[in-house]
Design a protein around this ligand. Structure first.
Ligand code: ATP
Ligand code: MG
Length: 180
């Protein structure tokens, strides 16, 4: 499984539709301060179901919608689509390619879709939850979080890795069973 494309439209500083093509392996995003590198990572977290405005570095969820600049008026919606190569079937869905999309309207409504079919946020979270992707996962290490990982005790660091690997929930289940 790997990420193929990420399309942002009206998301934070990306007013015009912008598509990033990703190859298997490592992708680096480079650019001057304030050019939108972290906004790309925010878009990834957002389309995968992130619900915390703070995690997205905003005060309210509507802060993800392009707020306008001196030369460009604000937009009424933010849209992000992520296309994932699922040829290896890592995602529990019968498609070799899966596109998840999320739209937020300035009036407050939201829309979610999997391969163009409207769905609930929960469906996207469910689809990703066993893949090591998705919300509240340490798969995305934010700019300030690197310090926390470096300063962590060996036990805490093991927790981060287990969570990212998707085995923390099994450990919790095991601990619960042993307590009985
Ligand atoms: P650094 O190298 O400092 O980490 P960066 O490339 O990660 O910078 P970002 O934090 O991604 O930069 O982008 C910040 C820019 O995005 C700021 O100029 C900010 O005004 C703009 N921005 C954030 N939210 C919005 C929004 N809703 N509408 C318009 N612009 C926005
Ligand atoms: Mg940044």
């Amino acid at each position: 499984m790997h990420l193929r494309t990420l399309t942002l439209r009206g998301f934070k500083s990306f007013a015009s539709a912008t598509t990033l093509h990703l190859e298997p392996g490592i992708t680096c995003v480079v650019g001057p301060n304030g050019s939108g590198k972290s906004n790309v990572v925010d878009a990834l977290a957002w389309v995968m179901g992130e619900q915390g405005a703070k995690t997205l570095r905003g005060g309210a969820m509507s802060d993800v919608i392009f707020a306008g600049t001196a030369s460009r008026p604000p937009l009424g919606r933010a849209e992000v689509s992520l296309t994932i190569d699922n040829a290896d079937g890592a995602l529990p869905i019968d498609y070799a390619e899966v596109t998840i999309s999320r739209t937020l309207f300035s009036g407050g409504g939201s829309e979610y879709a999997i391969n163009g079919t409207a769905c609930r946020l929960l469906d996207i979270q469910d689809l990703l939850s066993d893949s090591g992707l998705g919300r509240e996962m340490h798969v995305i290490v934010g700019q300030g979080q690197l310090d926390a990982v470096l300063r962590a005790t060996p036990e805490e660091r093991r927790g981060f890795i287990e969570e990212a690997a998707g085995i923390l929930k099994h450990r919790k289940r095991k601990d619960k069973a042993l307590r009985k």
